[in-house]
Each structure stands twice: as structure tokens, then as C-alpha cells.
Design a protein around this ligand. Structure first.
Ligand SMILES: Cc1ncc(COP(=O)(O)O)c(C=O)c1O
Length: 396
């Protein structure tokens, strides 16, 4: 297995061949409930007919042009993303880490434009994850990911929700950008407090630091509003999106607010593939679904799922906490979640384990009530059969 493939992932053995909505089928005909959506990506689920039709149509016309030439869809997607986010201009990428990379370069360039090129540091939050390219990796908290690749770009991390520490770092170190996930994904579905996020906005304005929201996982409707930060009235200077933005095709976007929309000059950033006609057609299918009320569906389905998980948390001593909002939820256990994740998978429920003790639950937005209830029943069966935590493992 994995012959000829670099060993960067511990992959499950099953070979998936087919899917419909929140269901996946493997080559043996076994059905799985997908509560992970390819790590918070497949918002419209698997086997989506509208997506298939749009892609078939586009494949028969033109698949690739490069950014040297125009097609009808780049501006359409950019304009709609700007309307949904309050930003003024988009740079398209092929992934989340590239959207962050674009944000970091934009922040550096903005400092050159302003006449303060010495402001080269970045600031980020402990527990944050921003991607694997050298720039994005420089801001990613986990030392396990960073250490083998040092030296990286200079970055200072502040503890989550520590407004004083953030004020100290922004005022004394004058970084070019502060990059923050309003809800940390890899960090264990951890919501940062509105107080911290609002203070970050004020402190960035005061110190001339670019506020970059990494909404790659929490954005595009996953928490019930197009951006998670919109629930607190937050407007960053730059926002990075990816994952569900093109309904499963590789696309990301770095969106900049009006004062930063013209920071890059021609040739200062680019991508051969990004924003091509095929991914843009997919993005339009996703954005049409958003216009038709997908975010409201996320809120309703998220409430049902969350209240079911909270019932389990009250009944089962192994559960420490339910985290997150919308369809970005986490079940934090009193000990490592790895064995539980494996057993859930064996019983046909796909989730993953993040931050060691958290089961990450990020299903397709189109999951049905019946599938939510089926998933909850599998959670209950597996968690009830998991030995109760030892007194030394119980955290208050
Ligand atoms: C918050 C956040 N930022 C950045 C990334 C990197 O995105 P990608 O894997 O598409 O490069 C991820 C991926 O999980 C993420 O969750």
C-alpha cells in the first residue's frame, strides 16, 4: 500500500469509490456516514448533481487558461465573495496554505508601501494551524510540524484569549500581521473569546498591524454565517478562505479589505492554475447554494447535532466538553480520542481526532436529520462502551 507515495499520511485501508450526500461507500460495498467531509471540505456532500452538471459542461468547453487570459467566472466568484465578506478584492489560490501565504506576502508588501519594511515579524496564536508551506508553517503552533524545517519566518505566539499578551506583542514587537483563526480547527475546535477577537481588531488598528483572519476551516458558512467572525461584527483587513469554497475542488482565496486591495502590483504574486474556469464553476455552484439559504441550514442542523452531543456529554462520563458552533463541532474526551475515533470508524462513522483528545465533527452541510440521529446513535454506542476515565484522567 502507498507504493510510490511519500509517507506523509497514515491512511485508512478502505478504498472509497462512491458517495451520496453525507454517505460514502467503499470498494467492498460498505457504507460510511461521513462526519468529516474530507476535513471540512465537501459542504454539498458527495455525488452532487448540480456540481456534476456544471463540471461536465465546463470540461467540454475549457478547463484551463492560466491567469494571462480571461474567462467569464473569475470576476463573478470574486465579486460574490467580496459581497459576502465585506472585502474589496480577491486573489485566488489552489489551497488554504497558499491563501495564507498570499496574506503573509501582502502584509510584508503593505509594510514596504507604508515605508516600514523593517516590520517583518508575524504574530499568531498558540494552538493555531495555518498550513504547511514555509510561510504558513512559520505561524503554525505545533512544534512537531515546524521543528524539522527550521529556520522559518520570525513569529511570536500569544496564548489564546490573553489580551494583555497580545497588546504587549503588537506594541513592542511591531509585527506586520497578526494571524488568527476565530475558531481554531486543528487546535481542537477551540472558539476564541469575542473579547479577545474584538480587542485584536482594536489593537491591530492602533498599531498598524494587519489583522488576518484565517477562516479556512471556520469560514464559508460552516458556523452558520458566511464568516465566523461576522457573528461578532468583526471586519479583518485580510481573510483567508479555502476548504468548501469550490465544493470539493481545490480552491482558496485571500481577500483584502479596500485599503489593501491594490497592495500587490503586477507580477508580485501569481499562480498558474488558481481561479481557473473549472474551479470557478464549482465555486459558483457552492455560492448559489449559499444564496439559497445553506448557512441557515447549517445553523438548524448544527443545533440538532450539538444538542444531541450535549445529551451524550451529560450521560457519558468519558465526555469532557462539547465545543464549536454550526457544523464545526468537537467532542472533547477526558483522554486521548484516538482509540474512540478508530472504533467509530470501524462502526461506520467517519470523524477524526485533533489536538489529541478532541473528536472533530465537520460533516457536509447537506447532512440530513436522520443521518445526524444515526451518527449520534453510533457515538452513544461507542462512547458508552469506552471504559470510564480513571480519576487521574478526569479534568475539571
Ligand atoms: C485554519 C486552517 N488554515 C490553513 C489550513 C491549510 O489548508 P490546506 O490544507 O488547504 O493547505 C488548514 C487546513 O486544515 C486550516 O484548517
Amino acid at each position: 500500500m502507498d507504493e510510490g507515495v511519500m509517507k506523509t499520511y497514515a491512511r485508512a485501508d478502505e478504498v472509497f469509490v462512491d458517495g451520496h450526500g453525507a454517505l460514502l461507500r467503499d470498494s467492498q460495498g460498505r457504507e460510511f456516514l461521513d462526519f468529516l467531509a474530507g476535513i471540512a471540505v465537501s459542504a454539498l456532500g458527495h455525488g452532487h448533481q448540480g456540481l456534476a452538471e456544471a463540471l461536465r459542461d465546463q470540461v467540454g468547453k475549457v478547463v484551463h487558461l492560466s491567469n494571462l487570459f480571461r474567462h467569464p467566472y473569475t470576476e463573478q466568484v470574486a465579486t460574490r465573495l467580496c459581497q459576502l465578506t465585506g472585502m474589496a478584492a480577491a486573489f485566488f489560490t489552489n489551497s488554504g496554505t497558499e491563501a495564507i501565504e498570499c496574506a503573509l506576502k501582502l502584509a510584508r508588501k503593505a509594510m514596504h508601501v507604508r515605508g516600514t519594511p523593517q516590520r517583518t515579524r508575524f504574530a499568531a496564536v498558540e494552538g493555531g494551524f495555518h498550513g504547511r508551506t514555509l510561510g504558513a508553517l512559520s505561524l503554525t503552533w505545533s512544534e512537531k510540524y515546524r521543528k524539522p524545517f527550521q529556520p522559518l519566518q520570525p513569529c511570536t505566539w500569544v496564548p489564546p484569549d490573553d489580551v494583555d499578551a497580545l497588546a504587549r506583542v503588537l506594541r513592542s514587537e511591531a509585527p506586520c500581521a497578526f494571524v488568527v483563526e476565530p475558531i481554531q480547527g486543528e487546535g481542537g475546535i477551540r472558539e476564541l473569546s469575542p473579547r479577545f477577537l474584538l480587542a485584536a481588531r482594536e489593537l491591530c488598528t492602533e498599531t498598524g498591524t494587519l489583522l488576518v483572519h484565517d477562516e479556512i476551516q471556520a469560514g464559508c458558512g460552516r458556523t452558520g454565517t458566511f464568516l465566523a467572525g461576522q457573528q461578532h461584527g468583526l471586519v479583518p483587513d485580510v481573510v483567508a478562505l479555502a476548504k468548501p469554497i469550490a465544493a470539493g475542488l481545490p480552491m482558496g482565496a485571500c481577500l483584502a479589505a479596500a485599503p489593501f486591495a491594490d497592495t500587490f502590483q503586477k507580477g508580485e504574486h501569481g499562480s498558474t492554475f488558481a481561479g481557473g474556469p473549472l474551479v470557478c464553476r464549482a465555486a459558483l455552484v457552492f455560492l448559489d447554494a449559499v444564496d439559497q439559504g445553506l448557512c441557515q441550514d447549517v445553523t438548524a442542523r448544527g443545533n440538532r447535532l450539538r444538542s444531541g452531543l450535549e445529551t451524550l456529554a451529560r450521560k457519558l462520563p468519558i465526555v469532557r466538553e462539547v465545543r464549536g458552533r454550526g457544523l464545526m463541532l468537537g467532542l472533547r474526551l477526558h483522554h486521548s480520542a484516538e482509540a474512540v475515533q478508530k472504533e467509530l470508524y470501524r462502526q461506520g462513522l467517519i470523524v477524526n481526532c485533533t489536538a489529541g483528545d478532541v473528536l472533530r465533527i465537520v460533516p457536509p452541510y447537506v447532512i440530513t436529520d436522520a443521518q445526524i440521529d444515526r451518527g449520534l446513535a453510533i457515538f452513544e454506542r461507542v462512547l458508552a462502551a469506552t471504559p470510564a476515565p480513571k480519576p487521574s484522567e478526569v479534568h475539571k
